[in-house]
Design a protein around this ligand. Structure first.
Ligand code: FAQ
Length: 323
């Protein structure tokens, strides 16, 4: 007990210095001292984010072979490829916290780690490609623009580049929707059906309501999150309602109304039972998504083996002598 006392004093001093740095708006870098809880919270949140980007390739990947034109196919391939890149940046960022990527991937494949609820819904028509860009990338931009100011440097920097790409994704999605909404009655109906199916899951994607968000207070205190889930959801709604009006599509919420006093759009109740069912693995496509990732991982084993063999072969002589 006596022996532990100096360490406790050191930790308290380090902790106070860390809190002061956060308070002063400084960026925390990988080699800086940080509380263990800050590190584990970041690993949790960043790895879930990386997993979401990778699983997020699946719903859209489903439509690459069925895109209606060469131009649409090229944009969609580029978008899906971008999502893979985002996953890789964020996995790299997470590794700066001293965790191995193989361990993170294992947590995804064994169902231990979460990924975004939104990617457990099926993509039933071409309009879903438009609505994913418009709503899902739109919500991701609202969330990630704020994360670009997160206190952890590698995460914040990854978000800056990712947001630039997500902006392109959102524009291409909205343009698909505007085209369909201005098309034949059947095309407009397809666009409206996609809006009806994706609106509520997109609101849920921004996380549980603040009253049921156990991590928010701590993450806000450490300036990882800079806004709460409900604040970001409100911003997404306020941005999206006029966009829907501009292309004459109706958001499926009869309670949606503008409050002149607050300057915000008020919305109806969100079905949180549905959200938690999806988060717990019982959404329409959870099993299919995880199985697709497991299959891809298995099929990619030879690539990992070849990369490891290549790295061993090209190891500098000094490194192999030391071993
Ligand atoms: N789905 O206490 P909170 C994208 C979990 S990327 C599943 O509020 P926190 C790009 C949460 O993990 C989309 N689980 O948690 C793209 C926690 O469980 P845990 C992903 C969810 O961390 C576009 C529990 O509920 N974006 O879309 C969800 O403070 C198109 C309690 O929740 C990010 O990951 C959910 N929706 O806030 C790709 C952004 N929400 O871990 C392809 C970074 C919550 O304690 C195509 N992450 N949970 O067991 C964040 O901003 C935050 O982590 C939140 C959750 C807001 C997601």
């Amino acid at each position: 007990m006596q022996q532990d006392a100096p360490k406790a004093v050191d930790d308290a001093a380090l902790n106070a210095r860390f809190e002061a740095r956060i308070e002063a708006g400084e960026t925390i870098e990988p080699k800086d001292w940080m509380p263990e809880r800050y590190r584990t919270q970041l690993i949790r949140m960043m790895s879930q984010h990386a997993h979401s980007e990778i699983v997020g390739m699946l719903p859209e990947g489903n439509w690459i072979t069925r895109a209606p034109s060469l131009k649409r196919k090229m944009s969609l391939i580029a978008k899906v490829q971008d999502e893979a890149g985002h996953g890789l940046y964020i996995y790299c960022g997470t590794e700066t916290l001293g965790v191995d990527r193989a361990e993170l991937v294992d947590q995804l494949l064994t169902g231990k780690a979460k990924y975004s609820s939104i990617f457990n819904y099926p993509t039933l028509s071409w309009a879903d490609m438009g609505v994913i860009g418009w709503f899902v990338d739109g919500a991701a931009i609202v969330n990630q623009t704020v994360l670009a100011k997160a206190s952890y440097g590698p995460y914040a920097r990854a978000m800056i580049r990712i947001c630039k790409e997500e902006n392109f994704h959102k524009k291409q999605g909205y343009e698909i929707m505007a085209t369909l909404a201005n098309g034949t009655p059947a095309q407009k109906a397809m666009a409206q059906d996609a809006v009806n199916r994706w609106w509520w899951p997109s609101l849920m994607m921004l996380g549980p309501s603040d009253a049921n968000s156990p991590n928010t207070a701590e993450l806000i205190k450490w300036r990882v999150k800079r806004k709460t889930n409900d604040e970001l959801r409100q911003r997404f709604i306020d941005l999206t309602v006029p966009q829907a009006q501009a292309v004459d599509l109706t958001l499926p919420d009869p309670d949606l109304k503008y409050n002149e006093e607050t300057g915000h759009w008020e919305h109806g109740p969100i079905d949180w039972d549905e959200f938690w069912a999806v988060v717990k693995g019982n959404g329409p496509c959870n099993r299919e998504r995880l199985q697709a990732r497991r299959d891809a991982h298995e099929k990619g084993a030879w690539v990992r083996e070849a990369a490891a063999a290549y790295a061993a072969k090209h190891q500098p002589a000094s490194a192999s002598n030391a071993a």
